[in-house]
Design a protein around this ligand. Sequence first.
Ligand SMILES: [Zn+2]
Ligand SMILES: [Zn+2]
Length: 199
Amino acid sequence: MKKSKQLPNYQDVTKFHGHECPGTAIGYRAGEIAVKELSTGRAVDEEFLAIVENDSCSLDAIQVVTGCTMGKGNLIFKDHGKQVYTFMNRKTGGAIRISLKIDLGTINPQFSEARLKASSNTADELDKKEFEKQKDILNKKVLEMPAEKLFKIEKVKLETPEKASIYPSVKCAECGELVSEHRARVKEGQIVCIPCFEE
Ligand SMILES: [Zn+2]
Ligand SMILES: [Zn+2]
């Protein structure tokens, strides 16, 4: 019998991330779409690639669901401050771009109001409770709403980026610590690491 890959669930994401929040709910949905659209049914691993355009809570969900991680080199971070996630299966060449098209205040209008109240100087316990409640409602909605209402999803063509490379290390002339060659700098004719270069 063919064993299909079990997708991690939202609880797995929460366990990794530490709390439930709209960010991980968005990341969970994006990752789930990516795996469904691009997976060839085998364990998703290094052949998967994610390009993320923000460094919010959603990233943790992406890492758990797709297996793309910074350490493996198949998670590329672009500091654009955008809720856009692009995924590619390097084996098949298939790629999709997923961008959030609805803002959280539209999904749950009471959320923005509750957040404003809870973060004000005069916020009391009740305000904080209300914020938690509205956040939970928002979360649930993000997790359950139809994907095409939440995201714009489009097939894209991507160049296959090089696999994670391993660079040789060199010794910093100032602190003596090892530094990956492609990150080393030259200062007054000596090879140094970035912190020593910037000193
Ligand atoms: Zn979070
Ligand atoms: Zn150094």
